[in-house]
Design a protein around this ligand. Structure first.
Ligand SMILES: [Zn+2]
Length: 206
């Protein structure tokens, strides 16, 4: 792609670093911004800088939060003995949208994936094991996507917390294996949380 302006080229190059954004799309977005009032670009840029600089992660569940404890962990009406294990904040948002869940979360930040060089220590698994060890958690609900990496991660955690006498369940899936949690519709996802099954029985089915 030949550019008549170095400034334009830089903006397109930066924009095209984002996932799913090729050079052509990046050019379209930049040209769009150039047609809009200056303030729009300023707001976009400053909101990105602010989210990058100031964002916190909840020290309890690792959800993205503006304060030390996220709104869910800080809410006394939520059941702190029930913890749903998810991959990232998109899963928290999907489950919250169902309005069927009143427990806490634990956000792993990914899944164990030896192919991509991601091991348990790269995720918040040690912190989850500590939560189980140090507090009265009654039940852990595994809600990772049912891919090989998701299954591996569930099983690893299950083995780590086995000594601590915590019930483990997995959400009942009405959706095909490999579907990502964030794409499940709200009713299906809500139902699958209510009709969760013991984790051990999900192992026997495999
Ligand atoms: Zn939290």
């Amino acid at each position: 792609m030949e550019f008549s302006s170095k400034l334009l080229e830089n903006a397109v190059n930066e924009m095209s670093q984002l996932p799913g954004i090729g050079k052509r799309t990046a050019l379209r977005l930049v040209l769009h911004l150039l047609k809009q009032p200056k303030e729009q670009s300023q707001k976009l840029a400053s909101s990105l800088v602010a989210v990058r600089e100031e964002i916190n992660f909840c020290e309890n569940c690792h959800n993205i939060s503006d304060s030390k404890l996220c709104e869910i962990c800080a809410n006394p009406r939520r059941d702190e003995q029930l913890v749903c294990v998810v991959e990232d904040i998109r899963d928290v948002m999907a489950i919250e949208n169902t309005s069927q869940y009143r427990g806490h979360y634990h956000v792993l930040g990914g899944k164990i994936s030896p192919m991509d060089g991601i091991g348990p220590g790269d995720l918040t698994i040690p912190s989850l094991v500590n939560r189980v060890k140090n507090r009265t958690i009654r039940e852990l609900i595994f809600a990772l996507s049912s891919t090989m990496e998701g299954d591996t991660t569930n099983f690893y955690i299950y083995k780590q917390i086995e000594p601590y006498n915590v019930a483990t369940t997995t959400i009942a899936r009405g959706i095909a294996v490999g579907d990502e949690l964030e794409y499940a519709d709200e009713i299906t996802l809500g139902r699958s949380i209510l009709h969760r099954v013991p984790f051990e029985s999900s192992l026997k089915n495999n």
